[in-house]
Design a protein around this ligand. Structure first.
Ligand code: ATP
Ligand code: MG
Length: 229
C-alpha cells in the first residue's frame, strides 16, 4: 500500500544523503500517512520564528508525524556563560510558541529528567517510549558543526537519523561518517535568541521575531526586563 520510495526515504538505516528543498514533491506526499518523530533541542530563551520555521520545514520535508521542541534543562554548553531563564519559563514560552502550529509540540522530557541535559539521554528515553518510531535529530548547520564534542557523541548515530537544516547561503555542515544524514534547506531567518535578549534589554520590541503568544508569556512572567505595564 505504501509507496516503496517513501518507505526507504525515511528509514534511519538509509546510508545515502538526500537534500530536500522547499517545494520538492515525493511519492510520500501523495499519502496522508506521516511517520517519524523529529527532535529539535534548544535552550529556547526565548523561542523565535527561526526555531518554528526550522521545525516546520523538517516536519513538511520529511513528512514526520510530529516534531518536538525539546527544552533543555541545563544546556551544558551554555551554563556558566550567561544567566539562563528558568526551565519552567522557557518551557512556557515554547508551549506558547507552538500553539496552533500543526505537528509541533513542546517537550518537557529534559526538564522532568533534571540535571545537565545530554541529548544521548533524551534519545535513549524516546527510543524506549517509541520503539516503533524512527527518530530524527534536527540541527541547524551551526549546531551540527559541534556535534563531535557532545557527550557520548559516538553513540548517537545508532539512535537517530541526523537532519541538518541549512539556511540559504550557509556553509555546508559535515558530520561524522557514522551518521545517516538527511539535509533540508530553508530560507534564512537571520535571528537568534541572543539577538532578541539584547533587543529586549534595549527596549526594542521582539515582534515580529517572536510569536505574539510568546511575547504575552514574556510580559506576564517579567522576563528579559519586559513586563506588561
Ligand atoms: P542562542 O542565541 O541563545 O544560542 P539560538 O537562537 O541560537 O539561541 P538555540 O537554542 O541555540 O537557539 O538553538 C536551537 C536550535 O535551533 C539549533 O539547532 C539551532 O541551529 C536552531 N536555530 C537557532 N536559530 C535559528 C534560526 N534563526 N533559523 C534556523 N534555525 C535556528
Ligand atoms: Mg545558538
Amino acid at each position: 500500500m505504501f509507496p516503496l520510495l517513501w518507505v526507504t526515504s525515511v528509514t534511519p538505516v538509509c546510508l545515502s544523503e538526500q537534500t530536500l528543498h522547499d517545494g520538492d514533491r515525493t511519492l510520500g506526499e501523495m499519502s496522508t500517512v506521516r511517520r517519524g518523530l523529529g527532535i529539535l533541542g534548544g535552550t529556547f530563551d526565548p523561542p523565535h520564528i527561526g526555531h518554528i520555521a526550522t521545525a516546520k520545514a523538517v516536519f513538511e520535508a520529511l513528512l514526520l508525524e510530529r516534531v518536538l521542541l525539546m527544552v533543555a534543562n541545563e544546556p551544558w554548553q551554555k551554563v556558566g556563560n550567561r544567566s539562563l531563564s528558568a526551565p519552567e519559563d522557557r518551557l512556557a514560552m515554547t508551549r506558547a510558541a507552538v500553539t496552533g502550529t500543526d505537528g509541533l509540540e513542546a517537550s518537557d522530557l529534559e526538564i522532568r529528567r533534571g540535571g545537565p541535559t545530554y541529548t544521548i539521554d533524551s534519545l535513549e528515553e524516546l527510543r524506549l517510549s517509541n520503539p516503533d518510531t524512527d527518530l530524527f535529530l534536527i540541527l541547524g548547520a551551526d549546531a551540527a558543526a559541534g556535534l563531535e564534542s557532545w557527550h557520548r557523541s559516538s553513540e548517537l548515530p545508532a539512535l537517530a537519523t541526523l537532519v541538518i537544516v541549512e539556511r540559504d547561503g550557509e556553509t555546508r555542515a559535515e558530520a561524522p561518517p557514522e551518521w545517516s544524514i538527511r539535509r533540508v534547506t530553508m530560507p534564512r531567518v537571520d535571528i537568534s535568541s541572543t539577538h532578541l535578549r539584547s533587543f529586549a534589554a534595549r527596549g526594542t520590541t521582539l515582534s515580529p521575531f517572536v510569536p505574539e503568544p510568546v511575547i504575552a508569556e514574556i510580559e506576564s512572567r517579567g522576563l528579559y526586563g519586559l513586563d506588561s505595564s
